[in-house]
Design a protein around this ligand. Structure first.
Ligand code: NAD
Ligand code: ZN
Ligand code: ZN
Length: 380
């Protein structure tokens, strides 16, 4: 079928994107779902910083590609042998499909599935197929999702069936921001109630970490960003203290305020400076968790003996260490109880033609999660 989709032809184009136009709306060809695959009508798709990093070249990807990895939608059609969902089901897309057979999948770590990791590098679906093309030339898939398109064909390993009550605009956020942010707190760090935590970087993912901290019963939640408006929102969402990272004494102030630093610090900005802040404000015996994805060649120095004598822990957190089939329904239950008010993270709806400007806004820090909507029935 012919569908409208955004195509990224070249990474690293100059800002403003509203002028350089890295994303072009095209009428592309989408093949029907093969065995083990499903056709999904895209409900809503979020603009995540990782998408921005694929556009500006911080993350190297194969082009031309149809971007977008955070989405929810409705199953329209299923291919042969599909058991995970049926037409009419509402689904959240998982940006890491689950092969179910690799060493990580069989040990409860499907978030780092090695089959998915290899497929992502080639720009194919996890089964090796490609379903998107333009003028007969294949287009690369993004993390098996490619949701900046009216429809998606994905492997059933990429979908999680959810409750139909959840509006698409909120459901989409569970595909990346929620699993990554809430999962970092609950799964990666496993914080205990009463803990003092800090979240460094308050975008869509960081604010979800903050909400996760509230849910997990953190005693004190310190929110840190370079943008003062993000600090205000963080307070509304449950931060007990806020600090601006542009203050040259920010680190010292947090250490003083917490009498030695926080038990758990979460870096969620995707820059080494934020990682340095997060590490510096972690107290003796504490844990620094990092979810941000900075340029792959960037490194972070650790004072070796301090790591040892302070018995510190540094942990990477990919997709919040979630087993998505288990965690997404749980997180949705928390949302339905009002405990994860992710609707407060949405910064308005946009259409395909607005994507370039949308990424300018995200890069400038002027939006949390803008939602791409391509079918009117999902706009509320
Ligand atoms: N690990 C994963 O599985 C995963 C999943 C999704 C996103 N990510 C990564 O997480 C990061 C955050 O994503 P997002 O969509 O929330 O981004 P975002 O752009 O919405 O938010 C980033 C925030 O960090 C702040 N910031 C920038 N520099 C800072 C500094 N030095 N100190 C403190 N704050 C600083 C910005 O002002 C902004 O509020 C990105 O690097 C993204 O690629 C990782
Ligand atoms: Zn696997
Ligand atoms: Zn994301």
């Amino acid at each position: 079928m012919k569908i409208k989709a955004a195509v990224l032809y070249e990474q690293g184009k100059k800002t403003p994107f509203s002028e350089s136009k890295p994303l072009k709306v095209e009428e592309v060809d989408l093949e029907p779902p093969g065995a083990g695959e499903v056709l999904i009508r895209t409900g809503a798709a979020g603009l995540c910083h990782s998408d921005l990093s694929m556009i500006n070249g911080v993350m190297q990807r194969k082009v031309p590609m149809v971007p977008g990895h955070e989405a929810a939608g409705v199953v329209e059609e299923i291919g042969a042998n599909v058991t995970q969902c049926k037409p009419g089901d509402h689904v959240v897309m998982s940006f890491v499909p689950i092969c179910g057979e690799c060493e990580f999948c069989i040990t409860g770590r499907s978030n780092i599935c090695s089959t998915a990791f290899n497929a992502r590098a080639t720009g194919a679906l996890i089964n090796g197929n490609r379903r998107l093309s333009l003028n007969g030339e294949p287009l690369h898939h993004t993390n098996g999702v490619s949701c900046y398109a009216e429809y998606m064909v994905a492997c059933e390993d990429s979908v999680i069936t959810i409750d139909k009550e959840v509006p698409m605009l909120d459901a989409a956020l569970f595909g990346c921001a929620v699993v990554t942010g809430v999962g970092a707190i609950i799964n990666t760090a496993k914080i205990v109630p009463g803990s003092t935590i800090a979240v460094v970087g308050l975008g869509g993912v960081g604010l979800c970490a903050l909400l996760g901290g509230v849910v997990a019963g953190a005693g004190r939640i310190i929110a840190v960003d370079i943008a003062s408006d993000k600090l205000g929102l963080a307070r509304q969402l449950g931060a007990t203290d806020t600090f601006n990272a542009t203050d040259p004494n920010c680190t010292e102030k947090i250490i003083e305020e917490t009498k030695g630093g926080v038990e758990y610090a979460f870096e969620v900005a995707g820059v080494v400076e934020a990682m340095q802040t997060a590490y510096a404000i972690t107290r003796r015996g504490g844990t620094t968790v990092t979810s941000g994805l900075s340029q792959h060649q960037h490194t972070f120095e650790i004072p070796h003996s301090q790591l040892v004598v302070d018995e510190r822990t540094i942990k990477g957190s990919y997709m919040g260490s979630c087993v998505v089939r288990n965690d997404v329904p749980k997180f949705i239950n928390l949302y339905k109880q009002g405990k994860l008010p992710v609707d407060k993270l949405r910064s308005g709806n946009i259409c395909l033609n607005d994507l370039n400007q949308g990424f300018d806004k995200l890069a400038a820090g002027d939006a949390i999660r803008q939602m791409l909507v391509m079918h009117d029935e999902f706009s509320a």
